[in-house]
Design a binder for this molecule. Structure first.
Ligand SMILES: NC(=O)c1ccc[n+]([C@@H]2O[C@H](COP(=O)([O-])OP(=O)(O)OC[C@H]3O[C@@H](n4cnc5c(N)ncnc54)[C@H](O)[C@@H]3O)[C@@H](O)[C@H]2O)c1
Length: 375
């Protein structure tokens, strides 16, 4: 039996998935806010042990933790959990400073426990379908992609009790792209075996009177080691309807253009007889549903119920598999740090006229001389 402790209410998004796996049980819950703690423990049901202090939960007999507290808690809690011999699944983003990211890699290597990055947008069936179509060569050589996260979060700067929330500091109290991985994670699935090597970030400055340091939208150009380009836009300050999962992909044989709003559709276009190169036609992505990976195509009703057509089940399934096989998951600590570093370093780039900044090559036993910010 694998016993799981969840820290932070958002961690409940994993509950249905965990409940659907044999020999896995959520046995503990942690939240500093006693009201939230009681409410969420009730949702979990059974004999769940309740803790206000994270370190106290680590002293219980859980095997793994799901860290879904605010961003600035992720690394301190992940390090404490790894040191206590627990496996970790962490919410996004991985950390709030470059040094935190280096410490995180060191601790995952030192304590030899599973660390998985809970970038749930990668588990969207559509993202996995495009990945399969890329693998099967439908797009040819993929070389350009866009990802956008447009979500006005002005209503989250205060808690309902009127106190200032962590989002006013760690998200919108900083310059640059503070939340890049919902966009980078999916598009990196379509650039197999690539690593982001350098970035450059631009913004129109601050165009509101909210009084926080966050730009009114940022555009970050990321270049991979072989010269492929990702154009990542995040805007959490401007007035507009949400669109948190817009993507575009271009290859030598065709492209994918995701829906721009909820009533829109996902489209693809490929060079072929009915779609000649100078008169290419759009087709609905759903016409290519045969490329859905098997586990999505064959998802059971119980798996689908977890959310996102099975995506919310498969993310926890991969975490539990990694624990059982004692193997790093695909979304390992190095990917978590590379994608998070894009956001952290974008703050330096945007404040310096879009200066190009190198992204460190996060990897096992990274030499200490490379654990720096290079400008
Ligand atoms: N993957 C996604 O789609 C997604 C969506 C929303 C939020 N998130 C991430 O989830 C995390 C939580 O976001 P949220 O919107 O739920 O925030 P929130 O402020 O609504 O909730 C955070 C909870 O953590 C508790 N908490 C704070 N500090 C704690 C500590 N030291 N120990 C234990 N509990 C503590 C708070 O009491 C609160 O109940 C963030 O990292 C955010 O980036 C991810």
């Amino acid at each position: 039996m694998i016993k799981i402790g969840i820290a932070g209410t958002r961690g409940l998004s994993t509950l249905m998935g965990l409940n659907a796996i044999d020999d896995v049980k959520v046995t503990a819950m942690c939240d500093l806010d006693e009201g939230h703690l009681n409410e969420t423990a009730e949702k979990i049901g059974g004999n769940v042990a309740k803790f206000r202090i994270f370190d106290d939960m680590l002293e219980s007999d859980i095997d793994a933790v799901i860290i879904a507290t605010p961003m600035q808690c992720h690394v301190p809690q992940a390090i404490a959990a790894l040191e206590a011999g627990k496996h970790v699944m962490s919410e996004v983003t991985a950390g709030v400073s470059m040094d935190e990211l280096y410490w995180l890699c060191e601790c995952v290597e030192k304590y030899n426990k599973v660390y998985m990055y809970a970038e749930n947008y990668i588990y969207d069936p559509r993202v996995q379908q495009i990945r399969k179509m890329v693998e099967e060569g439908l797009f040819g050589d993929t070389y350009y992609a866009e990802g956008m996260y447009l979500h006005n979060i002005g209503n989250l700067f205060k808690y309902p009790n009127g106190k200032t929330s962590w989002r006013s500091y760690w998200q919108c109290g900083v310059r640059g792209n503070f939340y890049p991985t919902h966009s980078i994670g999916p598009v990196m699935q379509w650039f197999p075996n690539e690593r982001i090597k350098e970035i450059s970030t631009f913004s129109p400055g601050i165009r509101n009177d909210i009084g926080l340091k966050q730009d009114s939208g940022t555009t970050t150009m990321c270049r991979t080691e072989t010269g492929k380009l990702l154009n990542i836009r995040v805007d959490c300050m401007s007035p507009r309807p949400h669109n948190m999962d817009y993507y575009y992909l271009q290859g030598t044989k065709g492209c994918f253009y995701s829906k721009a709003h909820k009533d829109d559709i996902d489209r693809v276009s490929f060079i072929c007889e009915e779609s000649p190169i100078y008169d290419m036609k759009w087709k609905k992505l759903e016409e290519y549903n045969s490329y859905l990976p098997d586990r999505y195509a064959n998802a059971t009703e119980e798996q689908k119920k977890s959310g996102h057509n099975g995506g919310d089940f498969f993310i926890v399934e991969d975490f539990i598999k990694a624990i059982r096989n004692n193997q790093a998951p695909e979304l390992d600590v190095y990917k978590a740090c590379e994608w998070t570093a894009v956001g952290l370093l974008s703050g330096i780039s945007v404040a310096n006229n879009g200066r190009t900044i190198e992204i460190p090559n996060f990897r096992k036993n990274m030499p200490v001389e490379e654990k720096i910010i290079k400008i």
